[in-house]
Design a protein around this ligand. Structure first.
Ligand code: ATP
Length: 301
């Protein structure tokens, strides 16, 4: 009888593995519904990344035809610079990163990387060029070492540790009784939001892509963790083209350009200092966040 059940067990395992993979993909991008399939054109060439220059040209998109979320976005990220996207909740910030990853296709306009329309190149080559640190990183039910090493096939233990150091998570892992062999997930270690995000940063460091998309966690982190992540982000993003989807404005002060999304359009753009002088939406958001911080600091005293 046991012999009879073995193939069934195997099937169950295959099913669970595939299902977990799908869950991970969905959770990684915050996608609730399964997106319509994005297909490569036959013989789609590979993306050739030289400088890492990103351009959104009049990009339009809605998840449903009757509700347009992005209403003609023009955006340029020059090679090696950091652009931060800010704006109220629901403005479409994460949607921009999903389009750049080609998880969905724009309904109008186009997105270019080094002059190539990303809808015309192979998805595999596009995703190879992009490193994404999602807002709520989902980890595999496996060891913490595996979860970092997943960033690049065949990474050595030394490389994994180097990436963990770069993401300021090595000391934490080294102090665990089983170190890098510690299991994470349902039956193992539960990591905090900040720790998970640092694992995702380490994964991306290992992958070392020319373009980085960082979707900042919405959930509040304690200020020490937040400062550590921001410091890590700065060193990871140095010399790379990066797009940061920011929920806290303190993250974006140093960005080369800040883009303020509002009701599906770019309402303002400029550096932190320029936008403060402009005294518009950004300045208003900044002042509000500052006074919230002051109130929190007072309450903590
Ligand atoms: P937040 O700061 O809260 O993360 P955001 O600016 O990143 O917000 P998006 O996640 O890009 O906003 O969402 C923009 C709009 O698109 C929202 O109104 C949201 O409800 C809608 N939306 C997001 N994902 C989907 C989806 N899969 N299907 C339908 N609508 C969606």
């Amino acid at each position: 009888l046991a012999q009879l059940f073995r193939p069934l067990d195997m099937l169950g395992w295959v099913y669970r593995t595939i299902r977990q993979g799908l869950i991970d993909m969905e959770a990684m991008f915050g996608i609730v519904d399964t997106p319509q399939e994005v297909r490569d054109a036959p013989d789609a060439p590979d993306l050739q990344v030289s400088a890492g220059h990103i351009r959104f040209e009049d990009v339009r998109f809605g998840y449903e035809p009757e509700r347009e979320i992005l209403k003609g976005i023009d955006l340029e990220v020059k090679p090696g610079t950091m652009v931060a996207v800010v704006g109220p909740s629901g403005a479409g910030k994460s949607t921009l990163s999903r389009l750049l990853f080609r998880f969905y296709e724009p309904t109008g306009g186009r997105i270019l990387i080094d002059g190539q329309d990303i809808s015309e190149v192979s998805q595999a080559s596009l995703r190879q060029a992009l490193g994404i640190v999602p807002q709520d990183s989902v980890l595999f039910n496996d060891t913490i070492g595996y979860n970092i090493g997943y960033g690049r096939d065949g990474a050595s233990q030394d490389e994994i540790e180097g990436a963990a150091r770069g993401a300021a998570i090595h000391d934490f892992i080294a102090a665990l009784p089983q170190g890098y062999a510690s299991q994470v997930g349902e039956r193992g270690l539960k990591l905090s939001g900040g720790e998970k995000q640092r694992v995702a940063i380490a994964r991306t460091l290992l992958k070392n892509p020319p373009i980085l998309i960082f979707d900042e966690a919405t959930s509040a982190l304690d200020s020490r963790t937040e400062a550590a992540i921001q410091e890590t982000l700065r060193s990871v993003a140095a010399r790379k083209t990066s797009v940061v989807i920011a929920h806290r404005l303190s993250t974006v002060v140093d960005a080369d350009q800040i883009v303020v999304l509002h009701e599906g359009q770019v309402a303002e753009r400029g550096t932190h200092a320029q936008l403060l002088r402009r005294n518009g939406l950004y300045a208003e958001m900044w002042n509000r966040q500052q006074s919230e911080r002051d109130e929190e600091a007072e309450a903590a005293e």
